[in-house]
Write a protein that binds this ligand. Structure first.
Ligand SMILES: CC(=O)SCCNC(=O)CCNC(=O)[C@H](O)C(C)(C)COP(=O)(O)OP(=O)(O)OC[C@H]1O[C@@H](n2cnc3c(N)ncnc32)[C@H](O)[C@@H]1OP(=O)(O)O
Ligand SMILES: O=C([O-])CC(=O)C(=O)O
Length: 452
């Protein structure tokens, strides 16, 4: 038997070995996807960091859908954004302090946070050379490998004292933009044959501006580009303990492993198209739609294309409309509205109003088409999620698709850090170790000469 034949046998066995009847979950009281029958998440922990609210529990136990709310350390994110915008400031560094410390910074604390982050952004020479040498086309993969590489440059990588956890968190938060920008520059050089630019981050610039500077060079971005990137970073920074990547970080951290291993687990999770990878898929879906409908203002054509996706006849044929649906939000994702309003201004500045109007039309049609196509077997409420507009925003500020999901990681590293610190420091902590019910019947050992 050759290797291919053996692989085929093993691959054919998957249909049998992985077949677990959906009804068994209900019968045995096992929560599929750690979700209750009403789609709400099984409570897996307590946190003081983020709160994601999409429904209210009624006295009779049923869920009442409500407009989505997101809180960072008890502060409504819409209020945080409005406060920062009113004072005409950028806010990502303030969000970092808020999420790590639990409160808004005083003026001098904010200034110190900005300086510390900017000063920590540069990579040392060896780390730069090693990251530049990493081969590969996927920047999430390169980011995970780079994070594991940083373990080697840390004198105390396994020290889990609170002080060292903060030190490591700041280091990773500050270095993610640099790693991502350099990884993209290498890709651009290797794959597209363009010059290799390794720009040093500037100690006076914000995270958002430094990222644009390292990606695009001086004078290649506008004030609005910086502002909207900063907003996107604020909005992606944290999403409670239950989102898949943060939960992965918490699960991994509960073994008391090192920071780099735990964060690499989060990156691996976020890369998936059902989670952070959806922003790339949304743009692909939009491009495909633009090619396949003749009139971008015709709601009937938009509806028909969306129906085709749901019938697995269009785009990636998975039957999924990317940027739609959420495990918690029902009526709205509060981040989508905030991003959309700035995206509207951006579309105007960049002359992309026609595309923005198409996105708005899709947003207006998507829920109805979903409901009518899915009928009774889908949950009653769906809304567009944050990934729906984020890809358009990044594209409009001239950032390439390869960095869309890494940008999500560049923000979420803050939430991951806060959750890792909480997971390792709450007084009644326990190793996270749920159970799986085995539903395989027993088999006996058969001597090798008697097997058929
Ligand atoms: C930042 C973020 O991570 S936000 C999420 C980003 N991901 C996406 O945009 C990918 C598209 N969306 C989805 O896949 C889903 O909506 C998820 C995974 C995000 C959330 O799903 P859940 O709330 O768990 O819903 P659930 O998986 O229980 O789905 C219920 C039904 O609706 C369907 N459904 C949910 N979302 C979608 C969608 N976007 N397109 C098509 N069908 C969908 C499911 O296939 C399922 O149908 P079924 O009962 O016939 O099997
Ligand atoms: O909460 C979730 O499941 C996914 C999400 O929106 C996020 O992580 O930002």
């Amino acid at each position: 038997m050759n290797n291919e034949e053996l692989t085929q046998i093993l691959s054919d066995s998957i249909a049998f070995t992985s077949n677990i009847d959906k009804n068994l979950f209900t019968k045995m009281g096992v929560k599929r996807g750690l979700r209750n029958e009403d789609h709400s998440g099984v409570l897996a922990g307590l946190t003081r960091i983020g709160d994601v609210v999409g429904y209210e529990r009624q006295e009779d136990g049923s869920l009442k859908p409500i407009p989505g709310k997101l809180y960072y350390r008890g502060l409504d994110v819409e209020e945080l954004v409005a406060g920062i915008q009113k004072e005409n400031r950028l806010g990502f560094e303030e969000t970092i302090f808020l999420l790590l410390s639990g409160r808004l910074p005083l003026k001098e604390e904010l200034e110190a946070t900005k300086s510390l982050i900017a000063e920590t952004m540069p990579l040392n020479h060896m780390a730069t050379m090693n990251i530049l040498a990493l081969q590969g086309k996927n920047i999430m993969n390169i980011l995970a490998r780079s994070v594991l590489e940083l373990y080697c440059y840390d004198e105390n990588p396994d020290d889990i004292s609170p002080n060292n956890l903060i030190h490591q968190s700041i280091n990773l938060i500050a270095k993610f933009p640099t790693i991502i920008a350099y990884a993209y520059q290498v890709l651009r050089h290797d794959v597209r044959g363009r010059s290799l630019h390794v720009r040093l981050p500037h100690p006076e610039k914000s995270v958002a501006e430094n990222f644009l500077f390292m990606m695009k060079g001086p004078n290649k971005y506008t004030e609005l580009d910086i502002k909207i990137l900063d907003l996107a970073l604020i909005l992606h920074a944290e999403h409670g303990g239950g989102n898949n990547s943060t939960f992965s970080v918490r699960v991994t951290s509960s073994t008391e492993t090192d920071t780099y291993s735990a964060i690499a687990a989060g990156i691996g999770s976020l890369k998936g198209p059902l989670h952070g990878g959806a922003n790339v898929k949304v743009m692909g879906m939009l491009e495909d739609m633009k090619k396949n409908i003749s009139d971008w203002e015709d709601a009937n054509q938009v509806d028909e294309y969306l129906r085709k996706i749901l019938r697995k006849e269009a785009f990636d044929k998975t039957g999924l409309i990317y940027g739609l649906g959420h495990a918690v939000y029902t009526i709205s994702d509060p981040r989508t509205g905030l991003l959309k309003e700035m995206a509207r201004d951006l579309a105007k500045e960049k002359g992309r109003e026609k595309e923005f109007a198409l996105m708005e039309l899709i947003e207006n049609r998507i829920v109805e088409v979903f409901r009518e196509s899915k009928k009774s077997n889908a949950k009653a409420n769906v809304c567009v999620n944050v990934d729906f507009y984020s890809g358009f925003v990044y594209d409009a500020i001239g950032l390439p698709t390869e960095v869309f999901t890494p940008l999500f990681a560049m923000a979420r590293i803050v939430g991951w850090s806060a959750h890792r610190i909480e997971e390792m420091n709450f007084s009644s902590k326990r190793l996270i170790r749920p159970a799986y019910k085995n539903v395989r019947e027993l088999q006996g050992f058969i001597p090798i000469n008697e097997r058929k």
